[in-house]
Design a protein around this ligand. Structure first.
Ligand SMILES: *[C@@H]1O[C@H](CO)[C@@H](O)[C@H](O)[C@H]1NC(C)=O
Ligand SMILES: *[C@@H]1O[C@H](CO)[C@@H](O)[C@H](O)[C@H]1NC(C)=O
Ligand SMILES: *[C@@H]1O[C@H](CO)[C@@H](O)[C@H](O)[C@H]1NC(C)=O
Ligand SMILES: *[C@@H]1O[C@H](CO)[C@@H](O)[C@H](O)[C@H]1NC(C)=O
Ligand SMILES: *[C@@H]1O[C@H](CO)[C@@H](O)[C@H](O)[C@H]1NC(C)=O
Length: 550
């Protein structure tokens, strides 16, 4: 079992995966992609809220928070672009400085780019372990900002939180001059969870941080998030989608009808008869689609507009399911359960099961072939002792940090929809994800997690009405997380302005504007236009900086 960071689309930039270098431009790309950035650290206070009782007893110390910067394009007077690293190590974000959005903005404005690693990720852990008590310092507000004044207890005293503190204290060895905020314009950029953190930082620290671009940022969160599957349902290859819908519908009927014999047959078709809990089975066969929370391979979310950054697993899965040239012994499987559906075949079942077996069972994800143990593989319910030790292992780990944020603040558990066609079995509901929270974070002495995430941590910033000067929102029209974002299908239409700019990129996925290829003019049209818009937006803001500063 691997925990994958559902909000974090890391772009595979390994040069091995790049297409053959056909021209000079591609050679430049490779060269800049191998740019090394030395690590620097800042001594960051562990506790920015010495008077806030929820952090008691208070820590007075600091921890080493890591950052990396690029001054290739910097000229005195230029802005600083702060890339919020979010739920992964800062080193995983280098592409943004090398060839991505920060590179694009730096080049356009003579700016300097810097990645600040999030607390509890990479090497920026305040403690040597991550117990429930220690994790009380992993809150969005500690990382990013003091809560809004006014809606908090009277004893709250505003403190300087990580981003604002960093902007005011950062040093860039080798770069002349004092580049701290607010004397220098600091513009934040974050994608995904880090996009939310960007937005909340600019809202809370508008007097220190000049502006920000929040990309695919969750601004309104919910407990159950069946909409994660909606873009796949709508925009996936429809023969494949319809086939999965029908298969899932049939399975749900067997489960509803408590047809144990048929379910046993079904599990065997996928080679998963050993999985006792039907939800473990449901999660496992959902791996090629993604979730809930866990998936070991790439899905719709990991697609990208640039082929070398993309992972086409999802489309391979679909083309396998709809393979009209499958061998007879595989298509015969479509009839294996036909007696439970009035003789109607389960079109694509044989292909689905065959793909699952060859891509998951046979590929060493479960090295001993023992699919029902958590350490090995797919089971989450058995061997309670093992399970407790797996989930409750307090070793510092980004998966654990991200799970903590999910369990305490973010929610958005991927579940089956309550009606309409579904890509995942109906047994996948909130309780299934919540149990991991319960196992992973037993009550500590000073801290215990809520029974379900306290969504106010995100939603108190205005939800879909979120707004601040020089805070831009950019989203992707086919992003699985879209419905938590500014351009959610649940949000009203609005008009954009220079102070409150917004852009929904047609046909784009999860923060696709983060990626670049060192040549905006060579990008696909919709991405190119989004990048040109981001450049113009920032340039317009920078023209107003002298007035803001005064
Ligand atoms: C954390 O680990 C380091 C290196 O092993 C050690 O020097 C330090 O004392 C430890 N800190 C705590 C608080 O245990
Ligand atoms: C940079 O400027 C700020 C504000 O003007 C000042 O507080 C800070 O001490 C300066 N930092 C350095 C390293 O000179
Ligand atoms: C099935 O998936 C595999 C692995 O992704 C891929 O290599 C293969 O081309 C696919 N086959 C078909 C018929 O789509
Ligand atoms: C189908 O036949 C091939 C070749 O005989 C065999 O390798 C494969 O395991 C069979 N698949 C199924 C699902 O029976
Ligand atoms: C379906 O039912 C028929 C009639 O009862 C039976 O002959 C056949 O073996 C069954 N097929 C399967 C795959 O169970």
């Amino acid at each position: 079992m691997r925990l994958s960071f559902v909000l974090c689309a890391s772009i595979g930039l390994a040069s091995a995966s790049l297409r053959p270098v056909a021209n000079e431009e591609a050679a430049d790309l490779l060269k800049r992609q191998s740019y090394p950035y030395p690590a620097f650290t800042i001594d960051q206070p562990i506790d920015h809220f010495p008077n806030e009782h929820k952090y008691a007893p208070h820590e007075t110390g600091t921890f080493k928070q890591r950052y990396f910067f690029d001054d290739t394009y910097y000229k005195p007077g230029g802005p600083v672009f702060l890339y919020i690293s979010g739920e992964t190590s800062g080193t995983n974000r280098f592409s943004n400085l090398q060839t991505g959005i920060i590179q694009i903005l730096m080049q356009a404005t003579n700016g300097l780019g810097v990645i600040l690693e999030n607390r509890f990720y990479g090497t920026s852990y305040p403690f040597n372990t991550s117990t429930t008590d220690q994790l009380r310092y992993l809150t969005t507000e500690q990382s990013k900002f003091p809560p809004n004044l006014g809606d908090f207890e009277a004893n709250f005293v505003p403190a300087i939180a990580d981003n604002a503190y960093f902007a005011q204290h950062a040093t860039f060895p080798g770069v002349a001059g004092n580049l701290t905020a607010p004397g220098t314009p600091w513009i934040l950029y974050g994608g995904s969870l880090a996009g939310g953190e960007t937005a909340f930082s600019v809202i809370s620290y508008g007097d220190i941080l000049f502006g920000g671009i929040a990309s695919s940022a969750p601004v309104k969160t919910v407990l159950a998030y069946p909409q994660w599957y909606d873009p796949i349902q709508k925009f996936g290859p429809q023969d494949c989608i319809a086939s999965i819908n029908a298969i899932i519908d049939n399975i749900d009927d067997l489960v509803d009808g408590k047809n144990d014999a048929a379910i046993t047959e079904l599990k065997a078709i996928f080679g998963l008869e050993v999985l006792d809990d039907i939800r473990d089975f449901a999660m496992t066969i959902a791996y090629p689609l993604g979730g809930p929370m866990n998936y070991p391979t790439n899905t719709w979310q990991e697609l990208n507009w640039y082929p070398a950054y993309s992972a086409p697993d999802f489309f391979n899965f679909c083309s396998n399911i709809t393979n009209i040239n499958a061998p007879a012994n595989i298509t015969a499987v479509d009839y294996a359960l036909a007696n439970y559906t009035g003789g109607e075949p389960w079109t694509g079942l044989g292909n689905y099961a065959n793909y699952f077996k060859t891509q998951f069972l046979d590929l060493g994800i479960c090295p001993q072939g023992d699919y029902d143990t958590i350490l090995e593989c797919y089971g989450t319910q058995n061997e309670l002792i093992l399970q407790a030790s797996y989930w409750a292992d307090t070793t510092n780990n980004p998966g654990r940090s991200y799970l903590y944020t999910t369990c305490t603040e973010l929610g958005a558990y991927q579940v089956a929809p309550s009606s309409g066609p579904s890509l995942i079995m109906n047994v996948l509901q909130v309780d299934y994800t919540q149990q991991w929270c319960t196992w992973a974070f037993p009550p500590g002495r000073y801290n215990q997690i809520p029974s379900t995430p306290d969504l106010r941590a995100f939603n108190k910033y205005g939800s879909f009405d979120i707004k601040a000067d020089r805070l831009a929102f950019i989203d992707g029209g086919v992003d699985v997380w879209l419905d938590l974002c500014y351009h959610s299908n649940f949000a009203p239409l609005r008009t954009s302005s220079d102070l409150n700019p917004e852009y929904l990129i047609a046909g784009a996925g999860h923060h696709w504007d983060s990626a670049g290829i060192l040549d905006v003019s060579a990008e696909p049209l919709f991405i190119q236009q989004a990048h040109l818009w981001e450049i113009k937006t920032v340039q317009k803001w920078l023209r107003t900086f002298p007035d803001w500063k005064n």
